[in-house]
Design a binder for this molecule. Structure first.
Ligand SMILES: [Zn+2]
Length: 262
């Protein structure tokens, strides 16, 4: 009985009346506070490792730009997940040629300088990428994935660990969070993150059409960089032929929000 109540609770969150419409995960998940603690530990370790190698926040102008755009987007995020009022957001920039960015559960954002440099992102395009990453965290895609990786590490099902929370290891959770940022999202999660990311950007006064140009740039870069390494962002956020069409189809829902915000 408890099992059904649990699934019911996780399948009924519907979102804003104006703007895009998506649903939260139906998967069994570890408590958000626990997942956020594990993610925060992993994020802290990553940033400390970057700092030791003198790769953390080396470009004050770009860092200021990222933090300003995050500051613009975050106030609009609560309409998709009220729990985030407790999040302690962080935004850091790692000097690396990796074309990548992520937002862990709990609001821990990292951009790699490669994505800014290789794609020459405008502010609106940074907002598109950041909005998309924040959306994965808001919609609890990261939380579901960390739960799954944690269960896998223990060799049990996600349902089993959700109902046996006795001894949750923060260390194993942090490892799960690390694995989770390096795994691809599902196609439906990508689509939902695109929609929510566009709405966040639009409400913050950033042109949501930048989501189209970002994916065009990403695809072009992947083609020219094919002889070397494809951008990491594309391996963790698999694109597909219809993605840009779906983004374009959703523009009429978010362009009025953008015009109002301006
Ligand atoms: Zn994604």
């Amino acid at each position: 009985m408890r099992f059904f109540v649990f699934l019911f609770l996780f399948s009924t969150s519907v979102f804003s009346q104006e703007g895009v419409d998506v649903r939260k995960s139906r998967l069994p998940m570890l408590p958000a506070s626990m997942v956020e603690r594990g993610a925060a530990q992993q994020y802290f370790q990553l940033m400390r490792a970057a700092e030791h190698r003198q790769l953390l926040n080396k470009d004050p102008q770009q860092l200021e730009r990222l933090r300003r755009i995050a500051h613009e987007l975050i106030p609009h995020a609560t309409r998709f997940n009220k729990d985030i009022l407790k999040w302690q957001w962080e935004v850091n920039l790692i000097a690396s040629r990796a074309v990548n960015a992520f937002c862990m559960p709990g609001g821990k954002i990292a951009f790699f300088s490669g994505i800014l440099d290789a794609l020459q992102l405008s502010d609106d395009e940074v907002a598109a990428v950041m909005g998309h990453e924040i959306a994965h965290a808001l919609l609890e895609h990261g939380r579901a994935r960390i739960t799954a990786e944690y269960a896998k590490a223990l060799g049990v099902t996600a349902v089993a660990i959700v109902f046996n929370l006795g001894n949750v290891s923060t260390e194993v959770l942090a490892q799960a969070a690390n694995l989770a940022v390096n795994l691809p999202y599902a196609r439906r999660q990508e689509g939902d993150a695109d929609l929510v990311g566009m709405e966040l950007a639009a409400r913050a006064g950033h042109d949501p059409r930048a989501a189209v140009s970002v994916w065009q740039k990403m695809q072009k870069y992947a083609q020219t960089a094919a002889r070397g390494q494809p951008p990491q962002f594309l391996s963790t956020h698999p694109s597909h032929a219809t993605r840009i069409k779906e983004i374009e189809a959703a523009l009429p829902k978010v362009l009025p929000l953008y015009k109002k915000a301006k």
